[in-house]
Structure formats: C-alpha cells, structure tokens
Design a binder for this molecule. Structure first.
Ligand SMILES: [Zn+2]
Length: 352
C-alpha cells in the first residue's frame, strides 16, 4: 500500500490523493466534528417467545452502561434506513415482505425471529445506525459506532441467523453512491470499503453480496466448525479451530490484516466487533479471553488509525452464559472506540 500519512501539506485545502481529500473534508469540518457518535435502536424490543436464545436484553443494558461509564460517547437514536437505500443491496420484494409482514413461516424460521412491527422497525433502524455512523466517520470524526448491527448473515434476498438486513453491505453501498455523486475528477475511483468481520460466525451474507466486486474487501475470521455450516467465499477467510486461544487468534488476525493490506487500499473500514469468540460464549466454541479481545479491538482500531482510515464499529454477536459479561466486553470495545476517536480529534486540533 502506498503511504498515506503526511501527503497533505494543507488541511484547509487537501490536495488530490491526500486521505483528507479522499474523505472529502477540510479543516472546518474537522473543527466542527469532535467526539465519537454512537447510534442505538434498542427502544424497539422484539416480542420473543419465552426461552428464545437471542439476548434481546443486551442492547438496552449496553446503552445503560455506556451512559454511565462513557459519558463522552455521544449517543443518538438511529433513523430508519429507507427502502431506496436498502434496495442498493436487497431485493425489493424481500424488503417489502419485511415491511408489510408478509414473510413466509419458512423465511421467519430462517431469520430466527417471528415477524412483528417492532422486528421490522428495529431492522430498519439497525441499518440506519450503521449508515449514520459511516457518514459521521467519513465527515471528519474518523470513528463512529452502532450499538447494534453487524447482521452479516443476511443475503440480498433473505435473512438468516438473527439477521434481517445486512447493515454493513447497505452502508457500504450507500456511502459509495454518495461518494460517486460528489463527482470531482479526483474521486473517479469508487470508494473502497473493507469489512473486517471478527464475529465468530462467518460473514456469509456479506461475502456473497460482494462476491466478484473489487470495490469491497471482505475479511472474515471465524470458527471453522461453527454456523453457517455452508460457508461462502470472502476475499479473505481464516478458519479457526475449536478451542482457539489468544495467541493463535491474534496471529490469525495479523495474517488477515497483512492480506488485506497486500491486496486492498480502503477509504473506509466497517468493523464487526463480535464478542462471541470469548471463552465464556454459549455459541462461540473458541477460548479467547477478555484480554485477547481487547488486544484484538486495539489492533484493528490501530491498523485503521495508523493509515488514517475512517472506521465504523458495529456490535455483531455475543451470547455469554452471563449476559453481563458479554455487555462488559462490549463496553470495553466502545471505550477503545472513544480512545481512537480522541486521537482523531487531537489530530484536528494539532493541525488547526
Ligand atoms: Zn456471531
């Protein structure tokens, strides 16, 4: 990859080719856009049957703890994604079936949720949150987050595995469309988006949606023997054996990042910070510790920060035997996001 840092002599008038010019910002935007924004949709609670294994309570608990422990995180309710935005990825008939409640029983079983108005609304807001976070990160904040999302099992024409719509895919496509509409000559190259998916389950929907598309790079580290049992081909897949611990996990991440860097030069990173590789997870089958997950998150944020690439973090999975442990792990990810958001902020102040 070509060096990006230090190309630009003036932040007020970024030169073509500079990372600031690539994300379309100058100094005034950086001054206005301090802080890390995080968007939530937990007010839409799905009515699930007793004993359902989806941890619905996790989302509100996470926001509660973030409000208490990370007051610098700027929490805001997510707006719903529009049908037009969803249509950049999803088939209109599928979008309409979710909106109108006409999903078949088989489609609902594959998603894992019974349809309800809250289910449809929550799905729209969860995509909207990733989209808003992408706009925030790309407008100079550098880092932003969704308190849900990471719904990577959703395909263009169907949902699966607790995923209705594919938020990362829709956000990538919308950001590319908005980028193209700006139209300056130096932006003729499409916005290139890297999806770094570290949820323990393969990002099969995302991989399939972007198969053969060289403007989006999909990297997935996942349990070899875990769901989905029929995997798709990402641009880079790394299969992890059952019981994989910190050292092997972090080495695999290095391998993935090296491969990503060798083959791609992203202008935006969407990071799925799933907590289900944790040793205490009911579904994960791996043995990564809390320290290992912190090192993982820091490595991903650091990788993007070193290259001054805007990064959006989404929550993805996490199914701890004790839900408070999962929420605690996730709080730590948002703490790290805040840490790197402050670096972007300091960068803008230092250059002002
Ligand atoms: Zn997962």
């Amino acid at each position: 990859m070509k060096p990006i840092i230090g190309r630009c002599a003036s932040f007020a008038r970024p030169e073509p080719g500079c990372w600031l010019a690539q994300v379309g910002i100058g100094l005034p935007a950086l001054r206005q856009n301090a802080g890390v924004q995080a968007f939530y949709s937990d007010q839409f609670v799905l009515p699930l049957p007793e004993g359902h294994r989806f941890p619905m309570a996790k989302y509100a608990l996470l926001r509660e703890r973030l409000e208490q422990e990370l007051p610098d995180l700027r929490l805001a309710p997510a707006l719903p994604a529009s049908a037009g935005e969803l249509a950049l990825v999803h088939h209109p008939a599928y979008v309409a079936a979710v909106a109108q409640g006409t999903l078949t029983p088989a489609q609902q079983r594959e998603i894992g949720f019974p349809w309800s108005p809250a289910m449809a609304e929550r799905a729209l807001r969860s995509v909207g949150a990733t989209l808003q976070a992408c706009r925030a990160a790309m407008s100079g904040r550098g880092v932003a987050a969704n308190l849900a999302g990471g719904t990577h099992h959703a395909y263009a024409d169907k949902g699966a595995g607790f995923c209705v719509f594919n938020d990362a895919a829709v956000a990538a496509r919308v950001m590319q469309a908005e980028w193209a509409r700006r139209g300056e000559a130096w932006r003729r190259r499409p916005l290139r988006v890297a999806v770094i998916d570290l949820d323990v389950h393969q990002g099969n929907g995302t991989a399939r949606i972007f198969q053969g598309d060289d403007s989006v790079f999909t990297l997935s580290l996942h349990g070899e023997k875990n769901f989905p049992f029929r995997k798709e081909a990402s641009d880079c897949d790394i299969d992890l054996p059952d019981g994989c611990g910190d050292a092997d996990y972090l080495a695999a991440l290095e391998q993935g990042l090296t491969e990503l860097e060798r083959r791609f030069e992203p202008g935006l990173v969407i990071y799925l910070a799933g907590m289900d590789p944790h040793e205490n997870d009911r579904l994960g089958r791996l043995k990564v510790t809390a320290d290992g997950l912190e090192a993982r998150d820091r490595r991903v944020f650091d990788w993007a920060w070193q290259r001054r690439i805007p990064l959006v973090m989404t929550m993805a999975g996490g199914y701890g035997r004790d839900i408070a442990i999962t929420v605690g792990l996730q709080v730590n990810s948002y703490r790290i996001a805040l840490d790197y958001g402050r670096r972007w902020q300091a960068l803008s102040v230092a250059r002002a």
